[in-house]
Design a protein around this ligand. Structure first.
Ligand code: DHB
Length: 399
């Protein structure tokens, strides 16, 4: 039952878990990733599509052979749309940065394919995965493989990158762990459609009918969302009704018309802001959605997960190679400093652009004032641009 041992056992083989494994491989550390999902299922999971420049840098390392720069699309700004008019926020002019449209499933494909190529140990489709003995000097991970055989892999450290329903999180004793939660009275109805792009960049639209986001995937596939009730059944909406609803929300005197086509994917995405503090207990470290989730407005979730492992990897390497745990001791504070900035940004963007179900007239008009205050000000737009494109890494000592 006791297998080989590794430096770092990672529960989760999504973007955070796999990116961490790659960063550690470069540092010469050995890893194993275990994930309850089938590799194919993760490949087919549609999530956000916007990468900050810091995320693109991580992905464009030559040993990943990623197509982010060849297939991804650089976006130098977004449109904020309200009162039926679009207002461009020009990231390049304001803060000299861009973001890249590159869907999460493509990013996963790059990381998973590179993991195979480098002969990394990644076990998909496992059951009962959980951390073991994280308070001892010989922690590890327990799981049952797809053939039904139980395994224990010992390690120096365990990382929980096991998503928003994290099992690992529960290993931080309740008395030492604090959860911060905010719920929202709406969700997003997301579609994928075979149609040409309706706009060259993303349009975030506020309208009296609610929020809509016009995003893209490629020359022939587009991604769009509109605010809906969290209990909406995606199958209860016909294609015709979906297009009518989206069009209504971007309607304006400039005559913006969405280019329509067959819809081949419909999902309802629930909203939740969540933070687990600390992200660390003894030999266990949390990364990505296991420790925090944000509402999707502003596309911070995946970028935050990658930012976590950018901090965690050198800290684990210093601990394993040099027996120096100082960076690991700072990990949670360093990561949480960015997490709370992103929580604020996602909450702010969500509030500014969405319609509360029972919103009073004062608040509806005030929100338009808020949007005006942003787009009529260079400083306002620069503030948004800085946050959207991503903050520089800040060491915990400066937090
Ligand atoms: C996408 C999703 C987001 O949440 C966002 O803010 C921007 C883009 C997308 O899926 O394309």
């Amino acid at each position: 039952m006791s297998d080989r041992s590794v430096d770092v056992a990672i529960i989760g083989a999504g973007p955070a878990g796999l990116m961490l494994a790659h960063l550690l491989r470069r540092e010469g550390l050995s890893t194993v990733n275990v994930d309850s999902r089938l590799e194919e299922k993760i490949r087919r999971t549609h999530r956000a599509g916007i990468l900050e420049h810091g995320s693109v840098e991580m992905l464009s390392h030559e040993d990943l052979n990623s197509r982010v720069l060849s297939e991804g699309h650089r976006h130098d700004g977004i449109d904020l749309r309200f009162g039926g008019q679009s207002h461009r926020v020009d990231f390049q002019a304001l803060v000299g940065e861009s973001v890249w449209l590159y869907p999460q499933n493509e990013l996963f494909h790059d990381l998973a394919t590179a993991a195979h190529r480098h002969g990394m140990d990644v076990r998909y489709n496992v059951t009962e995965a959980r951390p073991m003995d994280i308070e001892s000097d010989s922690p590890g991970v327990y799981f049952v493989d797809e053939g039904g055989t139980p395994h224990e892999i010992r390690s120096r450290y365990v990382v929980g990158a096991d998503g928003s329903r994290s099992v690992c999180r529960a290993s931080i004793p309740e008395g030492l762990r604090r959860h911060y939660v905010s719920e929202y009275p709406f969700a997003w109805f997301g579609i994928l459609t075979e149609a040409p792009p309706s706009a060259p960049e993303l349009i975030y639209a506020r309208s009296p009918h609610g929020f809509a986001l016009i995003s893209q995937r490629s020359a022939d596939v587009q991604r769009m969302y509109f605010q809906c009730d969290p209990e909406t059944d995606p199958n209860s909406w016909s294609e015709e009704d979906i297009w009518a609803e989206l069009q209504k929300r971007v309607e304006g005197p400039d005559g913006l018309r969405l280019k329509t086509g067959p819809i081949f994917d419909k999902t309802v995405l629930k909203f939740r802001s969540f933070v687990c503090d600390p992200m660390h207990h003894e030999h266990l470290f949390l990364a990505g959605d296991a420790a925090h989730t944000v509402p999707p407005t502003g596309a911070k979730g995946l970028n935050l997960a990658l930012a976590d492992v950018r901090v965690l990897a050198p800290a684990l390497a210093a601990a394993v190679r040099d027996e120096d745990e100082r960076l690991l001791a700072d990990y949670s504070d360093t990561a949480l400093a960015r997490v709370w900035k992103a929580q604020n940004f996602s909450y702010w963007m969500t509030g500014m652009l969405h319609q509360e179900p029972d919103e009073n007239e004062f608040n509806a008009a005030r929100r338009l004032g808020e949007l005006r205050a942003v787009v009529d000000s260079q400083h306002g737009k620069a503030f948004l641009a800085e946050q959207y494109t991503g903050w520089p890494d800040t060491p915990a000592s400066a937090v």
